[in-house]
Every structure is written in structure tokens, then in C-alpha cells.
Ligand binder design. Structure first.
Ligand code: PGA
Length: 252
């Protein structure tokens, strides 16, 4: 039997505290079970507010980004100790929007993960290939490069606490979801890369799927043996639709 999947809402740059409040109330009234498998990643400004609101319910709270250094003259950045200070549980790293719009390199992503490890914040490490890489048969090459360079130098034991989010760039915000078979096969490829480089315990690292997940496709994706959860952008903005994704995943 599969473990209960993870359901992660990535709000990106959406919502004010007033909107967040009614959203959280709605999700709490619609989803009563397995809230420890529900993760919320709002903007930095909403973190202290959401922390207060969520602390009694077991929903994990995370940031969408973190600085790759711990302190200093870096205007506009937010550090891992500052995130720890707010009491957050996890942080997205290497999201494709950060890679493509803000040109984050694998080395910078590695530095961010290192900062998160030092402050005991769980990294959710996002990787994915472009449409062109898939069309040219370069999926494995592209993912292996992101994994090896992004996680270079970390010990097998440290990596047992990360989550990998496979998000094909061509499926993010496009409505074009990977078929359950493509997603599952790619998760297997990712698992093999991890095991070959760091050892058999990497089989325990959850690999979740992201890219146009919605209530109508969540179940078929989560039924796949190697899809351990979903990272949801657009469809997580509406409380009812996110709650429906959770209930579809829990019905398996
Ligand atoms: P999407 O975004 O669900 O809107 O495709 C997923 C993500 O970017 O994490």
C-alpha cells in the first residue's frame, strides 16, 4: 500500500492576508483528515500571519524561495535563519520560474539547500525538463545535471530529509499535464539517478509531481506507484479546488 500523498499548494505571488484568511478557513472546513500531509507555500509577507492561523491544525507552512547566504548586504533577500525565526517547516528551491526568470543556477540552488539544511528547514527541490529537451530525448541528461549539480556534496543521510518535485517546464501553468505514465516513468528515472549516486536509501525520498494538476487529473496521477504527492500552482489558489485535489488523493 502507498503512503498518504503530500499535497502542496504553491500560491506564487497571489493573495493578501484577508484572502488568505478566508482560504484557510475554507480548506479547514472542507478537509478534516490527514492535514499533516497538506503543505502551504504563500508569499513571504503572509508567513507570520499563516503561521499563527495554522499552528493548531498540523498543516505545514513553507516559503517559495530563500537566499543562498545566511546574512549580509543582500537587499531584498530573505535568509534561512529568518525563515526559521518565523517557524516555517519547508521551502521550495529551484522552482522553474526561479530558474528561468531569475536565472538561478544549479550552484546557487545548491547553496540555498545548504542554508536550509543548516536551519533544519526541509527543502522541496524542484527539477524539470523543457519541451525542447523532451522532444530531443534529453530528459535524463537534463534531470541528472540538475540533480547532481544541485545536490553535489551532500551526504546520503542529509538527503533523506528532502522532497523532490518533478515539474516538467512545459506543464507548468500551461494546462498541459504529463500523462500519468510519463510522470511515473520520469519519477523512476529520478529515483534511479538518486540511488546510483547516493545509495539505496534514496528510495525513501518522496518524489512529487507538479504541472497543471487539477481536481480532474489528481487521482490518476496519484494512483501511480512512484508519484508520492502533488505540487499545485494555479488550482491551489481556489480553496474548493485544492480541497477537491486533497479528497481525490485520499480516496485512492
Ligand atoms: P501549475 O503550477 O499547477 O499552475 O501548473 C505548478 C507549480 O508551478 O508549482
Amino acid at each position: 500500500m502507498k503512503n498518504t500523498p503530500l499535497f502542496i499548494a504553491n500560491w506564487k505571488m497571489h493573495k493578501t492576508s484577508k484572502e488568505a484568511l478566508s482560504y484557510i478557513d475554507q480548506v479547514l472546513s472542507l478537509s478534516k483528515n490527514h492535514l499533516q500531509h497538506v503543505y502551504l507555500a504563500p508569499s513571504f509577507t503572509l508567513l507570520p500571519f499563516c503561521k499563527k492561523k495554522l499552528s493548531d491544525f498540523g498543516i505545514s507552512l513553507g516559503a517559495q524561495n530563500v537566499s543562498g547566504v545566511l546574512e549580509g548586504a543582500f537587499t531584498g533577500e530573505v535568509s534561512a535563519p529568518q525563515l526559521q525565526d518565523v517557524g516555517i517547516d519547508f521551502c521550495l528551491v529551484g522552482h522553474s520560474e526561479r530558474r528561468s526568470i531569475y536565472h538561478e543556477s544549479n550552484a546557487e540552488i545548491r547553496a540555498k539547500i545548504s542554508c536550509l539544511f543548516q536551519y533544519k528547514i526541509m527543502p522541496i527541490f524542484c527539477i524539470g525538463e523543457t519541451k525542447q529537451q523532451r522532444d530531443q530525448g534529453k530528459v535524463k541528461e537534463s534531470l541528472a545535471k540538475q540533480i547532481i549539480e544541485g545536490l553535489e556534496g551532500f551526504e546520503e543521510k542529509q538527503l533523506s530529509s528532502i522532497v523532490i518535485a518533478y515539474e516538467p517546464v512545459w506543464a507548468i501553468g500551461t494546462g498541459e499535464v504529463a500523462t500519468p505514465n510519463i510522470a511515473n516513468d520520469t519519477h523512476q528515472m529520478i529515483q534511479e539517478i538518486l540511488i546510483r549516486k547516493w545509495g539505496p536509501s534514496m528510495r525513501q525520498v518522496p518524489i512529487i509531481y507538479g504541472g497543471s494538476v487539477k481536481p480532474s487529473n489528481a487521482k490518476e496521477l496519484l494512483e501511480q506507484p512512484l508519484i508520492h504527492g502533488v505540487l499545485v500552482g494555479g488550482a491551489s489558489l481556489d480553496a474548493e479546488s485544492f480541497a477537491k485535489i486533497i479528497s481525490e488523493g485520499l480516496s485512492i
